[in-house]
Design a binder for this molecule. Structure first.
Ligand SMILES: [Zn+2]
Length: 587
């Protein structure tokens, strides 16, 4: 672990200034090189003053120190070397690695602004506040910055100099920003979440496909593409779309040799029993990932009943509750279990997590490897166990059906837009929905994508078609991309199934999936260890601990036969089977 820690001194000094030391959940969205502790809630109340640029001749170490980083990782150094020398670079590192330092540092050292493009508004806001609290010149410009603030931001950008400009792909497309950046010049363009460019990526965003064009308008500055995971396919798409020139590829494979992968078949009733047995045997701290909030609550209650020290985290809780639970779990040396949806874990830096247990299979191997990779960051062995039931696929299918755009509906919207365009009229949302024979909510969601792709512009007057005369064909093209995306979803779920059914080393399977050439078995996974079959007793009901029997209120008669725990688990399970899982995406 070479990631720099904030200096003890500066941390003490900073904490005196603040009364609120709680982290906001959004803060965890970033693997912030900036001190991930405490968001300076009070900072905004301090009298505003211009951030102070580094003095002439400052070094990378000076800039890193401003971020509170004592020592950079070798991979960060390699990226910085390329970027500062004006060479294109692509950085593929797991979340929590410290990607943001790789554009924040150049923004302090280069003579022209560094432009950082990210789709995540919460991340932009959070980073902006943190950087300002560290006295680092930066400007945030996205759709939520309006009026006088927008004007000031644009003026500051035009002044240029050492500055970080944080924006979204949509805002980057605005002519005024392009014009100001043309005046200031751009020292480096950093594209965060670069996999969004590719329709093969798991988070495709149409606006990303136009970034390349805008960068050309900005005089093709040196580029830095950043992402957490990218298969060969996605990498190629990113490089092509951004027109990268022989980029330095700096990569930290998600795989680490201290992770012991295992897949346990756990169909139906057996699942909760297996989970309980594992949780009571494995060394803590650990994380249990579930697909739905309901399941999180159910397991949390079950583990409490079994006197397991447990926390929970999901998007349905209040921010205050989430923060509290996370803070307790993160406490150094605190050995508890966190039950969570995939909302938990981005940017968390707890090195001693001993196991990552997936109560259900996630929607993709990309997601699985990222989540499993949160175990054993200290280099010591960690268990990554997947409880596998082929039926899990249905849950993900339901979740995806809710969140994905339907290509046929998008196509219909395109036809309707073309008709309005032909008459040269500007429909309201309601009128457009009516003519496309779609519900207003669906129409709005679809329009979001069409607007993101730059085919229309929506304002108070209605919906203006920008792609005049070509709107139908353009939308059809976009539908095609979403169609591919859906096929890809399905292929991703196949890959989880293949992983579960694998009969050779699991590590080799995972690494080859991400394009590594490996033939050496890991020696740690269940298959390398000779796939020891768990004894039948492992799948039998679990007795409540004696202490729980004595102390537990209202438990009379429940634990007499020692099967209560598993019945509880079974109850939870069958309940969630009967009802359709409530699709909640926490990502
Ligand atoms: Zn193996």
């Amino acid at each position: 672990m070479t990631e720099g820690r904030p200096r003890a001194g500066s941390r003490r000094r900073r904490s005196r200034r603040r009364s609120n030391r709680e982290r906001r959940p959004e803060a965890s969205r970033d693997e912030a090189a900036v001190d991930a502790e405490a968001k300076p809630a009070q900072a905004r109340k301090l009298p505003p003053r211009e951030p102070r640029p580094l003095p002439e001749g400052a070094t990378v170490a000076d800039a890193a120190a401003r971020l509170g980083i004592e020592e950079l990782r070798p991979e960060q150094e390699a990226v910085l070397e390329a970027s500062l020398a004006g060479r294109d670079a692509m950085m593929i590192v797991p979340t929590g690695f410290g990607k943001s330092a790789c554009y924040q540092i150049p923004s302090m050292l280069l003579k022209k602004p560094v432009v950082m493009i990210s789709p995540l508004l919460a991340l932009l806001q959070d980073q902006h506040e943190k950087l300002l609290s560290r006295d680092i010149p930066c400007i945030r410009l996205d759709g939520s910055v309006r009026g006088n603030k927008r004007k000031q931001a644009l003026d500051r950008i035009e002044q240029g100099g050492a500055l970080l400009v944080m924006t979204t792909p949509e805002t980057l497309a605005s002519p005024i920003l392009i014009e100001r950046l043309q005046k200031s010049g751009v020292g480096l363009a950093a594209v965060d979440e670069a996999h969004c460019i590719s329709e093969w990526g798991y988070d495709f965003r149409p606006a990303y496909q136009r970034i390349g064009t805008h960068l050309k308008e900005l005089g093709s500055p040196p580029l830095l593409a950043l992402t957490a995971t990218a298969t060969e396919h996605v990498r190629d798409a990113v490089m092509k779309s951004l027109a990268m020139r022989d980029p330095a590829v700096i990569e930290v494979p998600p795989h680490r040799s201290n992770l012991a992968f295992e897949v346990l078949p756990a169909e139906g009733d057996v699942r909760a029993r297996v989970m309980l047995r594992l949780v009571r045997r494995l060394r803590r701290p650990g994380i249990i990932y579930c697909s739905t909030r309901r399941e999180v609550d159910m397991i949390y209650a079950l583990l409490k009943r079994f006197r397991v020290p447990v926390h929970r985290y999901h998007g349905g809780m209040t921010a205050a509750d989430r923060n509290k639970e996370q803070a307790r779990y993160m406490r150094r040396g605190h050995r508890t279990v966190m039950v969570a949806t995939n909302a938990f874990g981005l940017g968390i830096d707890k090195p001693d997590i001993r196991y990552i247990l997936h109560y259900q299979s996630p929607a993709s191997l990309e997601q699985y490897v990222q989540e499993a990779g949160r175990g054993g960051r200290d280099g010591k062995k960690a268990n990554c166990i997947l409880l596998y039931d082929p039926e899990d696929r249905q849950i993900h299918q339901a979740l995806l059906n809710r969140s994905r755009i339907r290509p046929d509906q998008l196509y219909r919207l395109g036809t309707a837009l073309a008709a309005w365009d032909e008459e040269d009229r500007t429909p309201s949302l309601e009128a457009l929905a009516l003519s496309a024979e779609l519900g207003p909510r669906i129409t709005q969601a679809l329009l979001g994508k069409v607007e993101e792709a730059g085919f229309v512009e929506c304002d108070d007057d209605g919906i203006h078609v920008l792609a005049k005369g070509t709107i139908e064909a353009d939308t059809r093209g976009l539908s095609g991309q979403f169609e591919r995306l859906r096929r890809q979803d399905s292929r991703r779920m196949d890959s989880i199934e293949e992983y579960a059914a694998e009969t050779e080393c699991r590590t080799i399977f995972l690494r080859s999936y991400f394009g590594e050439e490996v033939d050496e078995s890991c020696g740690l996974c269940d298959i390398c260890r000779g796939s020891p079959k768990r004894p039948a007793g492992f799948f039998a009901p679990v007795a409540l601990p004696a202490s729980a029997k004595k102390k537990g209120p209202n438990k009379k008669g429940r634990s007499r036969r020692g099967g209560r725990g598993s019945r509880g688990g079974r109850g939870g399970r069958s309940r969630s089977r009967r009802r359709r899982p409530r699709p909640t995406s926490d990502a």
